[in-house]
Design a protein around this ligand. Sequence first.
Ligand code: SAH
Length: 214
Amino acid sequence: MFEKEMERMVDEQLISRGISDLRVLAAFRRVPRHEFVPRDLVDSAYGDFPLPIGEGQTISQPYMVALMTALLEVKPTDVVIEVGSGSGYLAAILSLLAKKVYAVERIGILSKRSGETLQRLGFPNVEVIHADGTLGQIKAAPFDRIIVSAQAEDVPGGLLDQLTIDGIMVIPIGEQGYQELTKITKLAYGLKREEAGGCTFVPLVRGKVASADL
Ligand code: SAH
């Protein structure tokens, strides 16, 4: 139904801007993005921009999702956690590249909706969890890869503790309104930090998940 739009998105937004990882591109050809946006926005689902998903949150621009995914260098044996899984779209992409994906979302209605979408479409290796993701998930840790889909002033220390040695974290770090997409590799003797360009994400909200969100 949206095959043409999807193919055009991959060619014009991803390949033309330098996304070359074939596993990443194949994943983008398999996940129906229009299933992850509100019904009245399906016709814009493959556009070159973020879209609102309700509750003041957004599904990121396809290129940003692809860039983050490519930086994460996910292997088929990896256990991955996404903090701020929103619509579940990035979690679905990751699930095709990894062994297991934990998708943590603090807004109850979004976690519920994304869990239903992922189940309906058949992404059995994604587990959606309604919680504050800055704390990671102690029961499922350690993680080979950690991806944060919301703006952070700095790296949440608790999350870093749950990353394996040689593990990679991708996180937008900076002020509200402008961040540097940052790739952090945890080496045995310290951290390696690389910046991959500017971006703008909704804020990472720390603290207790409000009961109103349940
Ligand atoms: N990758 C998502 C983008 C979602 S936007 C997608 O593909 O749709 C970022 C999300 O982070 C929002 O839904 C927001 O509610 C969530 N968020 C913010 N702070 C959080 C936290 N501490 N723990 C978990 N989720 C958080």
